[in-house]
Design a protein around this ligand. Structure first.
Ligand code: FAD
Length: 336
């Protein structure tokens, strides 16, 4: 599908979300793209329940609550979110920019604000031969989007943390069989979850496959039939499976952004601090991904940069149009 907007914002972390608000106050429309299936960047992916103490006017607010507030603040400006998709291409097109998303959609934008943090989040993928074919058919999945899709399925879950344990607990009642593979007998999860897991193992609803590691995938034409696991001693087992869910955490990588012809400094995008303009006209960068001398990598810094970038992008999109600076108290926000 093809989309058109004033400004494309790459990254739905705290900085990207506040950029939607700042752009909206200047009446510029935004599309926001994020590789993760949910908005929130590091705050949601890495520390949703941790309190943050240095957000102005919030003595303490959790990562998840901060994102809920930022999303509410952005909502009146009707941002269009493209989640679960990475921006893989950015090229000049006429007076603007053409963004290509990993799902195949394209977005034509007059200006671009890159709020990509430390890069696109993606799952740590187990190094198994031929895994791509199974990823394409859903035989290997890294996120559970709809629990109902696992009804009556033979599910193998791999990992030793909260996600692996929680999904074993949640899918056990609906799946035909759940096997939980971990290289050690000990799991890192909340004590209540571990107690529930023990109970399900006792009733046979969940099978613990420990201490085993993933070794291979079996099937044909991307149709998974079994997951091979192995011990450190080399003893193997084949677990019948329709789907493998590996939960080995998230990694971040700037990836395609490094190839967009922008001036970089040690894996960050160099910007002019006053405007957040990059070396390419019409492309701005804010938040953790942007750098200049003495940059403070903090959420509050990203907020101020979002305001600078929104104003600079407006000047870029509408050259010659006089912009009267107004406080939000004067302008107001409809729809809040
Ligand atoms: P991010 O939050 O990293 O969001 C960037 C988003 O862009 C990601 O969701 C990513 O998937 C997406 N993205 C990147 N590339 C692409 C692409 N090509 N296509 C699509 N999407 C893409 N800061 C504070 O100020 N105070 C604190 O107390 C604090 N505590 C922290 C505690 C922890 C444990 C951690 C890890 C960080 C903490 N930080 C704190 C830092 C803070 O979280 C970051 O400064 C902030 O998240 C940066 O926001 P951002 O929007 O710039 O980037």
């Amino acid at each position: 599908m093809q989309h058109t907007t004033d400004i494309a914002i790459i990254g739905a972390g705290p900085t990207g979300l506040f950029a939607v608000f700042e752009c909206g106050m200047l009446k510029t429309r935004c599309h926001v793209i994020d590789a993760l299936p949910d908005i929130g960047g590091q705050c949601v992916a890495l520390y949703p329940e941790k309190p943050i103490y240095d957000i102005p006017a919030f003595p303490s607010i959790t990562g998840a609550d901060l994102i809920t507030q930022l999303a509410a603040q952005a909502r009146p400006f009707k941002p269009v979110y493209h989640l679960g998709q990475q921006v893989v291409g950015l090229e000049a097109q006429g007076n603007g920019w053409l963004l290509t998303l990993s799902g195949g959609d394209t977005i034509t934008a007059g200006a671009v604000i890159i709020a990509a943090g430390a890069g696109a989040f993606g799952p740590n993928r187990p190094p198994l031969d031929g895994i791509e074919a199974y990823e394409a058919t859903g035989g290997v999945q890294y996120y559970v989007r709809r629990m109902a899709d696992y009804t009556g399925k033979r599910v193998v879950i791999a990992g030793g943390g909260d996600s692996a344990v929680d999904w074993a607990l949640n899918l056990a009642p609906i799946a035909a069989h759940v096997a939980l593979v971990h290289r050690r007998p000990k799991f890192r999860a909340a004590p209540e979850s571990l107690a529930q897991l023990e109970a399900l193992v006792a009733t046979g609803k969940v099978e613990l496959v420990v201490p085993y590691q993933l070794d291979g995938l079996q099937g044909a034409h991307g149709q998974l039939t079994a997951v091979r696991v192995v011990t450190l001693e080399g003893e193997t087992r084949d677990l019948p499976a329709d789907v493998l869910l590996p939960f080995f955490g998230l990694s971040m990588e700037l990836g395609p952004i490094l190839d967009w012809g922008l001036n970089l400094e040690r894996n960050h995008i160099a910007v002019d601090q006053a405007t957040c303009a990059t070396s390419r006209p019409g492309i701005f960068a804010v938040g953790d991904v942007a750098t200049y001398p003495h940059k403070l990598k903090l959420i509050l810094t990203g907020f101020a940069e979002a305001a600078h970038a929104a104003h600079a992008a407006h000047r870029y999109l509408f050259p010659g149009q006089e912009m009267h600076f107004e406080y939000s108290t004067t302008k107001g926000v409809t729809g809040l």
